[in-house]
Design a protein around this ligand. Structure first.
Ligand code: ATP
Ligand code: MG
Length: 498
């Protein structure tokens, strides 16, 4: 149950990493060829955690303000309240009801809430409300949201855009893999709020295109992943540049000792809102572990992908993702690959195609595991079982969001059983386990698996409505699909990570 904690402490036991127990499969994954590191390449890898073990929530000295019942009880500009109702957001989710009174009052916040529980608006509304009415000077944003991946930066921008527009605040997205010149232009023109991955923001600062000394509110979303990806030195270097007396908020579904330093050094008397660490699971989510024979796994995966509805399939390596995607396309399944080895425009396009239903199956590495929201997605499949319980929670968290229901299915071969049992225990989840064989009813019942058409498909780019010409300056310029949005929120056309 969600609750705001003030003076009580508790600890979280974090087990050591489960070993992979994986020895490669027909899609080519193996434990030794994980995706490449973050940074310029936009790849993703998990560095060995510097510190593992218990995470101790900080003490709150000044008592927290009580939770509110409705958005109208909050001290927010009327325009923001209007935007909430026009977006159909009528009742605050628990993490919003608990943290917003405090974040709107300027308190630092540490928020640990389950996947899909509404953390983006929890920090976003406070940031926008407290910044509204101010105007940023060129290159000097007033608020900063740091996130680990390019996709998440774009999504946070998209999620906050209608609210920012309502209070006339300008957002800029600053991420690697896209034109740095355009991002510099957006900052030069003035952006109150910057949504950034750490590497690209540092580059812009080094070029003299951005200064953080006017930033009064800083948010770290998915801080533990930034630590896991090795971004901690960059994150702390950035935090050292914002206004020292400013407000800081740190949100994630999972926190561990790798963020202790951030919490201790940068949060001051924070209000802590945390779901029980042992209850990281979302109640509307079903967890299935399907025991499959190695010989059946390839066909089972293909048949699951051929189901009626959409599905995200997670694998460990870029190579395995590409291999499975190609196989699915040849089998008649509308699939697309997302990983750090793709160019950023490709990554952005693939995610957009999946969100609009142009492709049915998103085959991805962990780059798609955090924060990404896709409406009406009711199945996530771990083709490669995750070796870390946080990865399990975040991958699975792409379904059963915002109170919807959904299933997470993990395919486990005999030699992976022990590792998977350990991951589930660390995640505090007791899954339904089923031995499945291809062609048996159970596989169809749990996943909707069916035989694919066998007629190869080619995914063509959907026809995009061209923006109307708006005068000489825009002539000939092409904008990515995701950049087409309302007039008053100026955004860089950045795509996504590092
Ligand atoms: N008060 C609300 N009422 C209805 N829908 C909401 C509300 N708050 C958020 N949502 C919706 O819930 C969905 C999930 O929200 P969000 O992406 O912020 O979750 P999250 O907690 O950040 O998850 P994750 O840990 O996976 O990043 C979004 O589609 C968002 O629009
Ligand atoms: Mg989120």
């Amino acid at each position: 149950m969600n609750r705001t904690r003030t003076n009580d402490r508790f600890t979280r036991t974090r087990n050591g990493r489960a070993e992979s127990g994986r020895g490669g499969n027909r899609f080519g994954s193996s434990a030794t060829s994980r995706s490449g590191g973050p940074g310029r390449s936009g790849g993703y890898s998990r560095r060995p955690a510097a510190v593992q073990g218990e995470f101790e929530l900080p003490r709150t000295i000044t008592p927290a303000l009580p939770a509110v019942e409705g958005f109208a009880d909050l001290d927010m500009p009327g325009a923001l309240l209007g935007a909430l109702s026009s977006q159909g957001v009528t009742v605050p989710f628990p993490i919003q009801a608990a943290t917003l009174p405090n974040s709107l009052a300027g308190r630092d916040v540490l928020g640990r809430g389950r996947t899909g529980s509404g953390k983006t608006l929890a920090f976003g509304l406070a940031l926008l409300a407290r910044t509204s009415g101010q105007r940023a000077e060129a290159r000097q944003p007033l608020g900063l949201i740091l996130v680990p991946t390019r996709e998440l930066a774009q999504q946070v921008t998209d999620a906050l855009a209608p609210y920012a527009r309502s209070v006339r605040l300008r957002l800029a997205t600053v991420v690697g893999g896209m034109s740095i010149g355009r991002q510099a232009s957006a900052l030069r023109a003035g952006a109150e709020i910057v949504v950034a991955t750490p590497g690209r923001l540092k580059d812009l600062i080094d070029r003299g295109d951005c200064r953080l000394n006017q930033v009064s509110i800083t948010v770290l979303d998915e801080a533990d992943q930034m630590a896991d990806m090795g971004f901690m030195p960059q994150v702390t270097a950035l935090l050292d540049q914002v206004r020292p007396e400013g407000q800081r908020m740190l949100f994630s579904a999972t926190l561990d000792r790798n963020v202790d330093l951030l919490v201790r050094r940068y949060l001051s008397d924070p209000v802590v809102h945390s779901v029980d660490p042992s209850a990281g699971a979302v109640t509307t989510m079903e967890h299935h572990v399907l025991y499959v024979h190695g010989a059946d796994k390839h066909t089972a995966t293909t048949q699951i992908a051929a189901r009626e509805g959409r599905v995200i399939m997670f694998l460990d390596t870029k190579h395995a993702v590409d291999g499975l995607t190609e196989h699915l396309l040849n089998s008649g399944v509308r699939a697309a690959a997302l990983h750090g080895g793709k160019s950023q425009p490709q990554r952005t396009r693939t995610l957009a195609q999946f969100k609009t239903g142009h492709v049915n199956v998103l085959v991805a590495t962990n780059v798609a595991a955090r924060g990404i929201h896709v409406d009406n997605l009711d199945l996530v499949v771990n083709v490669d079982p995750p070796t870390d319980h946080k990865d399990y929670l975040h991958r699975g968290g792409r379904t059963a969001r915002a109170g919807e229901s959904g299933s997470v299915v993990t395919l486990v071969t005999p030699n992976q059983r022990r590792g998977m049992t350990r991951v589930m225990a660390a995640a505090g989840i007791v899954p339904q386990t089923t031995q499945v064989r291809v062609g048996e009813e159970a596989l169809h019942r749990i996943t909707g698996a069916q035989t694919p058409s066998g007629i190869p498909v080619v995914i063509t780019a959907p026809v995009v409505e061209r923006p109307k010409k708006r005068g000489a300056t825009s002539r000939g310029r092409r904008r990515p699909v995701s950049a087409a949005r309302g007039a008053s929120v100026r955004q860089s056309t950045a795509g996504a990570a590092a």
